[in-house]
Design a protein around this ligand. Sequence first.
Ligand code: ADP
Length: 205
Amino acid sequence: MPVERTEPQGAEELYRHYEVYETIGSGGFAKVKLGRHLLTGEKVAIKIMNKKELGEDLPRVQVEIEAMKNLSHQHVCRLYQVIETTSKIFIVLEYCPGGELFDYIIAKDRLSEEETRVFFRQIVSALAYVHSQGYAHRDLKPENLLIDADHNLKLIDFGLCAKPKGGLGYELMTCCGSPAYAAPELIQGKTYIGSEYASLRKKST
Ligand code: ADP
């Protein structure tokens, strides 16, 4: 499905294409609702953000949209459509009913080596693709990996990603991401190579 960008005054454009159901998640910036594409019947996740409430974080959303528009991979959550109104941004995404990998690991306490191997390969293939497109995700963690209907992983949350102009070998400075998963050079305030900044240790409680 091609990514469209439209800017109506209200949410009528959303309701013209989708039925909107219950809230299925929420984050620091957004409420996420289950939806259904009227034409195809496909279930979707609709990430809803209020522009006023976003304030200084609006650029982060723009970064996320720009990156997701350019990324298409079986283990990266697909962006279907962006609908922007005067007060809200609706991001229509591929629906992942299995929830976060983080909750899955907690519920099972630990995963078997067999299952871990499958998930790990999927994560590495997603990252290799993201890096091949010139992006560093910079917030890789089990909370940002969702499980789809076929029990496959999908990488989400590109709000902190970077696409260094000089290529991925270029050193980055911005200290960002989640401290519990940060690479040592970030904590030390050193410059770092974006594609190397990936840590998947289980968060200590
Ligand atoms: P924020 O950017 O505000 O942190 P997230 O993108 O992390 O928001 O989404 C918040 C929560 O909504 C996720 O943790 C997840 O539970 C749910 N969610 C997000 N995207 C999807 C999706 N594509 N399919 C199913 N649930 C999703």
